[in-house]
Design a protein around this ligand. Structure first.
Ligand SMILES: Cc1ncc(COP(=O)(O)O)c(C=O)c1O
Length: 421
C-alpha cells in the first residue's frame, strides 16, 4: 500500500494498486504485476493506454508549445479539431466549444441552452450522471452519495423517469409508456414547456448502470423536445467516441441532438471536452459569456486529433462490434447457467451485467464488490461496478481489446461468480 498521507481522502478507491505504466489493455504496477484494465480509467483510454500515435502527437505538440490561451490568440489545431469533429458527429452539430472535463461541458451546455432559449429549467432522467460541479451535481440522480452534504444545489432541475424494465420486470413497451407519461406529467405539472430550456439525457446511462435507453423512449423524449421548443441535449461523455460500436451512441437511434456533449474517450486520457451544436445555436451564445483558461489546450487538441485518427482507421469500429458481441454472448451464456445474473444489456463495448439475489430481482451490490476483488486478485482483471445499488458490473474495456483478452475477462468474471456464490 502506497503512502497517501498528503492526499485528500475524498477520492473513493476501487483498488490500492500503484500503477507505473500502461500499454494497450494492460497496466503494470510497482511490484511488476500486470493487470488487464477493463476499466479503461472509467471509459477513457479508448485507444488503449499510451497508444503510440497519441503519445507521439503529445510529444510533438509539447515541443512546439504547451499552452496557447484561446482568448489571447488562436492556434493551429483548434479549427482542424473542430472540422474533424464536424466530420464524425451527427449532421445537426457543426460548431464546437472546448473545455476540460465532462462536467464542464455539461455545465456549459446548460448555460448555452439558457442563453439560446431564454428559458430557465432543465429536465434530466432518473439514474443520470452528469458530473460533480454544483450545477451538474444537481443534474445527477444515480446515487445520493454524489450529492449528500453538498446542498443547497442550483435550482431549476427536474427529474423524469428512465425505463429500466429489467429491474422492474415490466414489458419494455409498458415501461417506456410509463416513463413518457411521467415526462408529460412533469411538463404539465412542474416545469412548463415555456419554462424548459433543455432535456439532458445519456443515450446509454453510464454511472446509472450501463443501461441503453429503449429506442421508443429516446424517440419520445426527442419528439417532446421538438414539439415544445426544448433543446435535446445528448450527453455522450461516456458513450461517445466508438464505445458503442458507432462513433456516437445516438447514431444507433437515428436521432439528431441539438447539443452533443463529449469528453472521456475523445483524447485517450488527455483532459479535453467539447460541446457541439449547430452554428445557429452557438451564435446565440453572447461573446464573452463563457470561456476558460485551458479550454482548447493545444496538447489536448493534438491528443484528440490523434485519437480520432485511430478511431476512424479501417476496421477499428468493427473490432468494437465483434468484441462487444463476444462479450455479450459470453455473459448471456453464463446467465443461462446462473440465475444471479439478472440482466445483460448494452451496445458495443458498453455492456452491463446485473447481479441479483439468486432467482429474484433484488440487487446484490455486496456480491459485486466481492466479485471485483476476486477478479482483481485471482484473474488479474480490473473491473468496476455502476448503478444506484452498485449491482451492475460494467464492462468498458479499451476499444483495442483482443479476442483473447475478452476471453480472459469473461473467465475472471465466471470464476468470481462461482467463488462468491
Ligand atoms: C455521462 C457523463 N457525463 C458527465 C460526466 C462527468 O465527466 P467528468 O468526470 O470528466 O467531469 C461523466 C463522468 O463519468 C459521465 O459519465
Amino acid at each position: 500500500m502506497t503512502d497517501r498521507s498528503h492526499l485528500a481522502p475524498v477520492w473513493s478507491k476501487l483498488t490500492d494498486l500503484e500503477v507505473v505504466s500502461g500499454s494497450g489493455a494492460i497496466v503494470t504496477t510497482k511490484d511488476g504485476s500486470e493487470y488487464l484494465d477493463f476499466t479503461s480509467g472509467i471509459a477513457v483510454t479508448s485507444t488503449g493506454h499510451s497508444h503510440p500515435k497519441v503519445v507521439q502527437a503529445i510529444k510533438d505538440q509539447a515541443e512546439r508549445f504547451i499552452h496557447a490561451q484561446v482568448n489571447v490568440y488562436t492556434h493551429d489545431l483548434l479549427e482542424p479539431l473542430a472540422a474533424k469533429l464536424n466530420e464524425i458527429t451527427p449532421r445537426s452539430v457543426d460548431t464546437f466549444f472546448f473545455s476540460n472535463s465532462g462536467a464542464e461541458a455539461t455545465e456549459g451546455a446548460v448555460k448555452l441552452a439558457r442563453q439560446y432559449t431564454k428559458k430557465p429549467n432543465i429536465i434530466v432522467f432518473q439514474g443520470s450522471f452528469h458530473g460533480r460541479t454544483a450545477q451538474t451535481m444537481a443534474m445527477t440522480t444515480s446515487k445520493t452519495s454524489y450529492r449528500a452534504g453538498h446542498s443547497p444545489l442550483p435550482s431549476g432541475v427536474f427529474v423524469s423517469a428512465f425505463p429500466d424494465f429489467a429491474a422492474t420486470g415490466e414489458a419494455e413497451n409498458v415501461a417506456v409508456d410509463r416513463a413518457l407519461a411521467y415526462l408529460d406529467y412533469l411538463l404539465a405539472a412542474q416545469t412548463a414547456p415555456s419554462e424548459t430550456a433543455a432535456m439532458v439525457i445519456e443515450p446509454v446511462q453510464g454511472e446509472g448502470g450501463y443501461l441503453p435507453a429503449p429506442k421508443a423512449f429516446l424517440e419520445g423524449v426527442a419528439k417532446r423536445c421538438r414539439d415544445n421548443g426544448i433543446l435535446f441535449v445528448v450527453d455522450e461523455v461516456q458513450s461517445g467516441f466508438g464505445r458503442t460500436g458507432k462513433m456516437f451512441a445516438i447514431e444507433h437511434y437515428g436521432l439528431e441532438p441539438d447539443i452533443l456533449l463529449m469528453a472521456k474517450g475523445i483524447a485517450s486520457g488527455f483532459p479535453i471536452s467539447a460541446i457541439g451544436a449547430s452554428s445557429e445555436i452557438m451564435a446565440k451564445w453572447p461573446v464573452g459569456s463563457h470561456g476558460g483558461t485551458y479550454g482548447g489546450n493545444p496538447i489536448g487538441c493534438a491528443a484528440a486529433l490523434a485519437t480520432i485518427g485511430v478511431l476512424t482507421s479501417d476496421g477499428f469500429l468493427d473490432n468494437v462490434v465483434e468484441r462487444g458481441e463476444q462479450l455479450a454472448s459470453g455473459l448471456r451464456e453464463l446467465m443461462r447457467q446462473d440465475d444471479s445474473i439478472g440482466d445483460v444489456r448494452g451496445l458495443g463495448l458498453m455492456v452491463g451485467s446485473t447481479i441479483v439475489k439468486s432467482g429474484t430481482r433484488t440487487p446484490d451490490g455486496t456480491r459485486v464488490s466481492q466479485m471485483l476483488t476476486h477478479a482483481k486478485e485471482n484473474g488479474k482483471v480490473l473491473l468496476m461496478n455502476a448503478g444506484t445499488w452498485g449491482n451492475v458490473l460494467r464492462w468498458m474495456p479499451p476499444l483495442i481489446v483482443s479476442e483473447a483478452q475478452i476471453g480472459q475477462g469473461l473467465a475472471a468474471f465466471g470464476a468470481a461468480l462461482k467463488a462468491t456464490s
